[in-house]
Design a protein around this ligand. Structure first.
Ligand SMILES: CC(=O)N[C@H](C=O)[C@@H](O)[C@H](O)[C@H](O)COP(=O)(O)O
Length: 222
């Protein structure tokens, strides 16, 4: 296994993303957030967009897992080979790609995109269901992640992380590490994900999205 990935075993990866139109959407702000997460013990940062990748890469020493979101329907996480190569150029150590079988804007399949990136970067496959996991294993990706579970019609959106998916993916993935990502909102859930067999966990909203966290508190007071 690649050394960069081996070093993430049992660790926390923090996703630092602000969405279009949000007050924290600025590369400098995301770089500050990423550095703060690094000081807290994050082993890597996951982040979105070329400016954020470049700014964060210049601020932290830990590895950067980069993606470029474009569009909202269908494949929007690093939808084409061009997007992936731009993430590499911006400084990403690993590039995260939508691993679903849905059509992509450049007409390439997921497998073709991964094949073109061989030797250029490490690929993290953002999966929504077991078909995606099998596709990712066959394509020879470096990391499988449960990122898209609950965000397509294939699996219900669980309240917390989709631990059944983690268990099934681990059983299928062989030596390829499976990251649990999506709706890990508490340290206890992060622990449960590890116990379900995850190689590492990715936490975003619960650490880096204050608007959501504030909303959780407000809801609890209603
Ligand atoms: C589905 C999708 O587009 N997920 C995105 C992937 O990069 C991010 O919006 C999530 O914040 C990230 O996956 C971490 O998950 P959570 O924020 O639930 O801890």
């Amino acid at each position: 296994m690649n050394e960069l990935i081996a070093n993430l075993k049992g660790k926390l990866i923090v996703s630092c993303q602000a969405y279009m139109g949000e007050p924290l959407r600025h590369p400098e702000t995301m770089a500050q957030m990423a550095r703060a997460a690094e000081l807290g013990g994050a082993a890597a940062i996951r982040c979105q967009g070329l400016s954020d990748i470049a700014a964060i890469k210049g601020r932290v020493e830990i590895p950067v897992l980069g993606l470029w979101k474009e569009g909202h329907e269908g494949v929007y996480i690093t939808p084409t080979l061009r997007h992936a190569r731009a993430c590499i150029a911006a400084g990403a150590d690993v590039v995260a790609l939508d691993a679903t079988g849905r059509p992509r804007p450049d007409g390439r399949t997921f497998e073709e995109t991964v094949a073109a990136l061989k030797g250029e970067t490490l690929v993290m496959a953002d999966c929504a269901c077991m078909d995606d996991v099998r596709r990712a294993v066959a394509a020879g990706v470096d990391i499988i992640s449960t990122t898209l579970a609950g965000y397509t019609e294939d699996r219900p959106k669980t309240d917390g992380p989709d631990l059944d998916f983690v268990r099934e993916a681990v059983a299928e993935a062989g030596d390829i590490p499976v990251f649990c990502e999506g709706r890990i909102h508490t340290p206890a859930q992060a622990r449960e994900a590890m116990e379900a067999g995850a190689f590492a966990v990715v936490v975003g909203t619960a650490i880096t999205h204050p608007t959501s966290i504030t909303g959780w508190f407000c809801d609890a007071l209603k």
